[in-house]
Design a protein around this ligand. Structure first.
Ligand SMILES: Cc1cc2nc3c(=O)[nH]c(=O)nc-3n(C[C@H](O)[C@H](O)[C@H](O)COP(=O)(O)O)c2cc1C
Length: 538
């Protein structure tokens, strides 16, 4: 089998069908539930200041950074940046059980994503490689970087800044979701990357993905090749970014080999904590990881063009507050609705633009489109719609989709098309693993990715497609909050039922992630606690 076929094999095997779900244990092995918090034991731990005053920034500055003057790269600001991207957002409790939530969402709240930072020296810390521990909002020092290595990094980028990296622990997701878990880990990376990008905006910073690096390079920089992992609990390197002021536009997308070699001789400290006593080896996940491993590539820059945002008359919104209040809805009031203008403004935010977060992290060209079930948008007919995020794909999608779709453009300047009128609440529920949230909402959608042709060229793009869908999801989560609604990512859907609805018969395009937005119904049985109340005596 060639690589594309093998990746498609993973994808096919992990589809949910009406007659069978993707392979998983089939029951919850509570005794071995993985610890959602990674600690590196026997390291120096640097407590970060808890988030009190957040930068006062207008919501639109999350995207445009027009009014955010770049802040110093101090430990306090780095702490704010990390807290608003990846820190705890609340604790919830009900009848004796208690769980934490984070700024970034995660499938099943299992949080497979870990974060590491390569930081300059500060008044409290030496220049080094640090793991972020969100439970105690602290940095765990894994390596100290000699001054000449740090200077060569800054000389190379020709500006101040630091590096942020994300990794995945597949076991955390596969514990519950089995073989499909690899997909969810990658969705979560996309959410976290967008979270980092938005949080950077608040401080006048920007995150740029170093897209030429290989997974091995990232492993070397983070010392993963010198870490004593517990079996099946290793962190897989995903991506590395440079965080810099948003005024710097000409950031390199890679690192020279001499700098990567400089990291290979560092001593790394700390032993990762054990997450579960007993684990299941879902071999297909490790095969998928191997098949989608990224080798070094040339540096790539992307031109997304400039496009004015659709403006809405929203009351002045505090950007940090929107990030902090983000939650997943668990139930919707089916009477909820929004105006067509607001609906379009929400979709508009998912379009990449030059110099606008989060897509100017510059992962890749846009390859995700939105297939939308409009349930209750005022001044619009309920029905099936398609939102094109990359106009170069329009003709091909039209050609592959059912011939009786209308493709009526809603507005000549906006890439939203009506495919078919009708009431699709029950269909949306049915294809989303019978989850009511997909039908009781204002609208729900499937993220349709250009698929086989990308994998043929670059198999590692399989992961990037899920990352892009996670980034789109993060935009939708924040937009929902900004419009006084609430969103929920939907990883559980019957893949081919979506393709049948569209008329797609092959792998040219595939649905990778679903999302729903509506008027939330709160669960009043839950008690909510502040994010770091467990550290109040620190
Ligand atoms: C990739 C992904 C898939 C998800 N799939 C579902 C889903 O199918 N059904 C659901 O009710 N929630 C789903 N969620 C929402 C998570 O359960 C939620 O993010 C998690 O419980 C944490 O809660 P929070 O988002 O309020 O912080 C998903 C979230 C993500 C990021």
């Amino acid at each position: 089998m060639n690589k594309t076929r093998e990746i498609i094999h993973y994808h096919e095997e992990t589809k949910h069908h009406f007659h069978r779900y993707a392979k998983s244990l089939g029951y919850m092995d509570w005794k071995n539930q993985p610890n959602p918090f990674r600690f590196y034991e026997n390291v120096k731990t640097v407590s970060l200041p808890l988030l009190e005053d957040t930068p006062k920034t207008e919501y639109m500055d999350l995207y445009t950074r027009k009014n955010t003057a770049p802040q110093a790269f101090s430990l306090e600001n780095i702490s704010r940046f990390i807290a608003l991207a990846l820190g705890l957002s609340a604790w919830k409790a009900i009848s004796g059980s208690r769980w934490s939530l984070r700024m970034n969402p995660s499938s099943g709240n299992l949080h497979p994503t870990e974060a590491h930072f390569v930081l300059p020296s500060t008044d409290r810390t030496p220049c080094g490689v640090y793991h972020y521990n969100p439970f105690i909002h602290a940095l765990e020092q894994r390596a100290v970087i000699p001054r000449d290595l740090w200077e060569s990094i800054l000389n190379y980028f020709q500006t101040n800044g630091f590096m942020a990296a994300l990794s995945s622990i597949f076991w955390r997701e596969s514990w519950k979701y089995g073989e499909r878990g690899f997909r969810y880990c990658n969705h979560d990376i996309g959410h976290a990357l967008a979270g980092l990008s938005f949080s950077a905006s608040l401080l006048g910073w920007r995150v740029t993905v170093l897209n030429s690096l290989s997974d091995r390079d990232i492993e070397t920089i983070l010392g993963f090749d010198r870490t004593a992992w517990h079996d099946l609990e290793e962190e897989a390197p995903e991506l590395l970014c440079f965080v810099h002021t948003h005024e710097q536009h000409n950031i390199s997308r890679g690192l020279p080999i001499e700098i990567i070699d400089g990291f290979s001789s560092l001593s790394f400290y700390g032993t990762p904590n054990l997450l579960s006593d007993n684990k299941v080896n879902w071999e297909i996940i490790y095969k998928a990881k191997e098949l989608t491993e990224k080798s070094p590539t040339s540096e790539k820059r992307f031109d997304y063009g400039h496009r004015k945002f659709i403006s809405t008359s929203m009351p002045s919104l505090d950007a940090a507050q929107i990030i902090r209040q983000r939650r997943s809805a668990v139930s919707f009031n089916p009477g909820g609705h929004i105006s067509k203008h607001r609906f379009m403004a929400m979709l508009d935010k998912t379009l990449p633009r030059n110099l606008c977060a989060p897509f100017d992290a510059e992962l890749f060209d846009p390859n995700i489109h939105l297939f939308i079930f409009v349930h209750k948008v005022r001044e619009m007919l309920p029905g099936l719609y398609f939102f094109i995020r990359n106009e170069h794909h329009l003709r091909e999608i039209q050609h592959l989709a059912k011939p009786d779709f209308l493709w009526e453009q809603i507005d000549p300047k906006f890439p939203l098309y009506l495919l078919k009128n009708g009431e699709f609440r029950q269909t949306a529920i049915k294809i989303s693993c019978h989850q009511d949230i997909a039908g009781d909402s204002v609208f729900s959608l499937g993220m349709i990715a250009r698929f086989k042709s990308l994998l043929d060229k670059e198999p590692f793009r399989y992961r990037h497609l899920f990352w892009e869908s996670g980034m789109v999801g993060q935009v939708l989560y924040l937009e929902a909050e900004a419009h006084e609604l609430r969103g929920t990512g939907i990883g559980c859907f019957f893949d081919d039922a979506v393709h049948d609805l569209l008329g797609f018969e092959d792998n040219a395009f595939q649905s990778l992630y679903h999302f729903t937005i509506g008027d939330p119904v709160e669960d009043n049985r839950l008690t909510v606690y502040p994010p770091y109340y467990h550290l109040k005596n620190r």
